[in-house]
Ligand binder design. Structure first.
Ligand code: ADP
Length: 169
């Protein structure tokens, strides 16, 4: 039984993340999508919201589960008897940080490997940060994220005014 952990903020989950999850699910027996608390990054969505959106998005893939985590990734990986960490690589710009992270994790625990997966090229420009920016400015993000994420972004960024506060005209 080979388990892999796919960690990230997933604020919110995008079709790029899903592409990586699908590839990992074909390679490993079990994938744990681990939503990091990451309060330092000031996420738009709460940990619970991020977890629920991810759960909805991966529900159709049999061997993927969603959990939350905080603390040291290598410890989480060992606790869950996983053999590796999956990370997505979109472009050269991701490489330097991801390379540092992978080598730091290896220093902390030599038995934890990192596997990099490249998404379909049409997702290589996609990031949670840009999706939030476009949604905030009123752009259509339906082609970038699952439908329930589109709805959640709308509720979060453009909530309807309470009934009593409607303009009188
Ligand atoms: P983090 O805050 O840890 O970077 P993210 O949720 O932004 O968390 O990303 C988690 C992982 O998914 C990272 O390895 C990131 O490079 C990867 N990733 C993000 N967007 C995409 C995408 N469009 N295609 C492939 N991988 C992606």
């Amino acid at each position: 039984m080979r388990t892999v952990v796919y960690p990230g903020s997933f604020d919110p989950i995008t079709n790029g993340h899903l592409d990586v999850v699908q590839r990992a699910a074909k390679m490993f027996d079990r994938v744990i999508l681990a939503v990091a608390r990451n309060e330092g990054k000031k996420p738009l969505f709460s940990l619970t919201e991020r977890k629920e959106m991810a759960q909805g998005a991966i529900a159709h893939i049999g061997n993927v589960s969603v959990e939350t985590f905080e603390g040291l990734l290598v410890e989480y990986v060992v606790q869950h008897q996983a053999c590796a960490v999956v990370r997505g690589l979109r472009a050269v710009s991701d490489f330097e940080f991801e390379f540092q992270l992978a080598l730091m994790n290896r220093k902390l625990n030599e038995s934890v490997e990192t596997v990099f997966l490249m998404p379909k090229d049409s997702y290589s420009f996609l990031s949670s940060r840009l999706v939030k920016e476009v949604a905030r400015l009123g752009g259509d993000v339906a082609q970038f994220v699952p439908a329930e994420v589109v709805a959640a972004l709308r509720r979060k960024l453009h909530p309807e005014p309470p009934k009593g506060h409607l303009p009188k005209w």
